[in-house]
Design a protein around this ligand. Sequence first.
Ligand code: TLP
Length: 344
Amino acid sequence: MSTIDLRSDTLTQPTEAMRNAMAQADVGDDVFGEDPTVNRLEKIAAERVGKEAAVFVPSGTMGNLISMLSHCARGDEVILGDQSHIFLNEVGGIAALGGIHPHTIPNEPDGTLSLETLEKSIRTSDLHYPPTRLITLENTHNYCMGTPVTPEYMSLVGNLARKHKLKVHVDGARIFNAAVALETDIKNLTVDADSVMFCLSKGLSAPIGSLTCGTADFIMKSRKWRKMVGGGMRQAGHLAAAGIIALNELVDRLKEDHDNARKLAKGLSSLKGMELDPESIKTNIIFFSLKHPNLDPERFINGLSAKGIKILMIHPGVFRAVVHREISSSQIEHVLSVIEELIK
Ligand code: TLP
C-alpha cells in the first residue's frame, strides 16, 4: 500500500533533475564565498525578489532568525501575528538567542494584521517601553488557511512602516505559492518589505534550503549571524544546485497543488461532519474540523492511517492537510472516498 502523505509540503522528494544536478554540482567552500553554485543561487534569488543580495541558509527557521537578529538589537521589539510561524513554531529563538521582544497582535482570518491595531501597537518613546523596530508578516499565512497576502496590503503596511521608521520582514516560506495564487510577479509582494525569507524545501521540492534577501548591507550582517548560529556551510553547492532547479522549474506547477487542494476542500465540505469553507482555500493548505456524532478525531486519524493516508491533527478535532507535488488529482479522489467510507 503506497502512502498518501498530506502532513506537509516539506515531505516532497527532490526531482530526478535535482538529484542529477546535485551529484554534478560545481562546488567550493562557501564560508570563503567560493562555492560557484551557491553564489549563482543567491544571485538568482535576489534578482527574483527584487533585492540587492541574498544568503543561502539551511532552513526557514534560520532564515527568519538571522533576519530578525539583523534588524533588531537586544531589547528591541517586533510586532507580529499571534498565529505566525515565528511566534508559534520557531522555539522562541528570537527571544532566547536575540533578546528580541515579540509583541503579538491577532491575525485576521486572511493572515493580515489590522492596520489600526498595528499602528496602535507601535510604542511611543515612553521610558517604560521597549523600542519597536520591526513588523513581521507571513505570506502565505500557514495557520490562516495558507491565505496569500496581497500586494495592496503589503503596500499599506510598507507606508505605515516608513511613516514610523520601522522595518518590514516577510516570512515568505511559501511566497511563491502566494505569487502563483494571486497571479502576480513576486516582486509585487516584496517591494514593500526590507527583507524576505523564502523556502526551497516545501512546495518547490528541494531537499534543503531557504534564502534570506535584502540590501547588500543587511545581507552582510545576516551572513555574520548565520556564521554565529552555525549555518556557515562548506560545499553547499550540492544543495544549492537543487535550489536553482526549484526556482527555474517548479514554481509554475504550484497551481496544480492549489487546484488539487481546492478539489479536496470541496469534496470534504460536502461530507457530513466536516467543517470548512472551500472558498477560503486559495493555495495548498487546508484546515478543517471534524464534528461528527459517531466518529471521534482519534478514530478518524487512525482510520486514515490504516489506509495509508497521513494528515496532521493540529488540535483535537482540527486537522491540516497540505497538497504538494507528490499528491495527484486521482489520489485526492481516493482520499475523499476513504473519508466518505469512514464517516459511514
Ligand atoms: N512549517 C512547517 C512546520 O514547522 C509547521 C510546516 O509543515 O508547515 N515559516 C513558515 C510559514 C513555515 O510554515 C515554516 C515551516 C517555516 C517558516 C520554517 O521552515 P523550516 O522548517 O525550513 O525551518
